[in-house]
Structures are given as structure tokens and as C-alpha cells.
Design a protein around this ligand. Structure first.
Ligand code: MG
Length: 254
């Protein structure tokens, strides 16, 4: 089932997407939201990021062998975790802004997990209970600032640096999906989620040892090889098997 969030006359609402029609829900789908209100066409809706901004955006770095190697990094012996702020969210159809502080902003196409249940110090076997669904996400990265700053708060954290959506898909086995990042119609990344160093259940378990996972949290699971720079005027898309394509524009911040 596909779920999204949209702007309903200034109010954020969850909805269920089926056959081009969105049925509004009275709560988050992972909180048991039920049908509420008149169904409406998907086309023409003002979409919001598919999870609300109150949760965590957790990210895994260097989780594909070939990507770790392309940046000259060691393959990590345990998951490398960092956070992005909620102000980095960008909905499907939005515009990634390249900040003047950076001369090299890269795309990183990633599968993101949407947490559906509170979890603390769970094992990998809890994965199916804890994860509600998946959504495409882009971990936009100011590569020069990532190297310069040491801490990644800025390189990964500028406004618009976390496009995601358009929908969260529940009930999809995400262990071996194709993932393609497309820049101006050209395929730049072409990977499979089965090539992760740490698999999805391991990541959920690992992160939950340190901090409580809460419903609506997002966990970006790392990017395959093929990352590269963005330029103003480009169209950036992420296509994950079984999910609608995430599409955003790129512009220089004025
Ligand atoms: Mg990344």
C-alpha cells in the first residue's frame, strides 16, 4: 500500500494512494490512521515529505563496498551513522538549492526505511515489527565541506538536502531492489539494495542500541557507487523498484 502526505488547504494530511486517487487519513498510517474525508485525484495535490518533520533523520554512510572504495575510504567494520536535520526535508517536485558555501554538491540515491513502532535495543529479528515501509531519499552532500569540517552537520544538513517521497510503500520486501539515480535523463547510479555491507535488519538493530527509534523516524541506508556533482538547472531523479520515482530540480541558491 502507498501512503503520502499533502497540503490540504494549509493543513498537513496523510493519505492513501490507490489507482491515482488519494483517500485522506485521520492519522499517520503507522499509527492506525483510518479513512477520513473525500477522496481526491493524486494529480494536482501539493505533496509534502511523506513523514512529518518531528522525527529523526538517521543516515548510514559507506554502506556499499563499491561506494566506499570510489571515495577512497576503508570499508567500515561497524555501521557509520549520522543525522540530518528535519529542515533538510524536501518534497517530491521541490528544488535542491546549491549553497554558495560549497563548490561541490553531490547526489546520493538511497533507500530509506520509515519506522512504524517505538524500538529500543532490539535485535535484527525485530525488523518486520519495527519498520513500517520504505521510501526513496536523496542524501545530498556538500563533498568539499564534508572533508573540510570534520563533523558532517553542514555538509549533509543544508536546507533541501533530504528530498524524499513521493510515497511510503508498506509491505514491500526491500532486501533486493534495484536503485537508480538519474541526472538529466542519464543513469548515474545503478545498484541493488542486496549489495549493502550491513543489511537492513542489522542497521535497525544497530541504531536502536544507541537511541530509541520512534514512529515516523527515517533511516537512510547508504548509497551505491556512482555519486557525482550537481549543477543548477538539472533534474535529479531516484527510481527504486516497486516505488514511484522521486524527482526534484536543482538550482543555485540566490
Ligand atoms: Mg549517503
Amino acid at each position: 500500500m502507498k501512503y503520502l502526505r499533502f497540503d490540504d488547504g494549509g493543513l498537513p494530511r496523510f493519505g492513501r494512494l490507490e489507482g491515482g486517487v488519494v483517500t485522506p487519513l485521520d492519522d499517520a498510517p503507522w499509527a492506525g490512521g483510518e479513512d477520513a474525508g473525500t477522496p481526491r485525484p493524486y494529480e494536482g495535490l501539493t505533496l509534502l515529505p511523506p513523514v512529518p518533520p518531528g522525527g529523526k533523520i538517521l543516515c548510514i554512510g559507506r554502506n556499499y563496498f563499491a561506494h566506499a572504495k570510489e571515495l577512497g575510504n576503508e570499508v567500515p567494520v561497524e555501521p557509520l551513522v549520522f543525522l540530518k536535520p528535519a529542515t533538510s526535508f524536501l518534497p517530491h517536485g521541490g528544488t535542491v538549492l546549491l549553497p554558495p558555501e560549497s563548490e561541490r554538491v553531490d547526489f546520493e540515491g538511497e533507500l530509506a526505511l520509515v519506522i512504524g513502532r517505538r524500538a529500543r535495543r532490539v535485535g535484527p529479528e525485530a525488523y518486520r515489527d519495527v519498520v513500517f515501509g520504505v521510501t526513496p531519499a536523496l542524501d545530498i552532500t556538500a563533498r568539499d565541506l564534508q572533508k573540510k569540517d570534520g563533523q558532517w552537520w553542514r555538509a549533509k544538513g543544508f536546507d533541501t538536502f533530504c528530498p524524499c517521497g513521493p510515497v511510503v510503500e508498506s509491505g514491500l520486501d526491500a532486501s533486493d531492489l534495484s536503485l537508480r539515480t538519474i541526472l538529466d535523463g542519464e543513469v548515474k547510479q545503478d545498484g541493488r539494495t542486496s549489495r549493502m555491507i550491513f543489511d537492513l535488519p542489522t542497521l535497525v538493530s544497530w541504531v536502536s542500541q544507541a537511541m530509541t527509534l520512534e514512529p515516523g523516524d527515517l533511516l537512510l541506508t547508504g548509497t551505491p557507487e556512482g555519486v557525482g556533482p550537481l549543477a543548477g538547472g538539472q533534474r535529479l531523479e531516484l527510481e527504486i523498484e516497486g516505488l514511484p520515482r522521486l524527482s526534484v530540480r536543482v538550482a543555485r541558491e540566490a
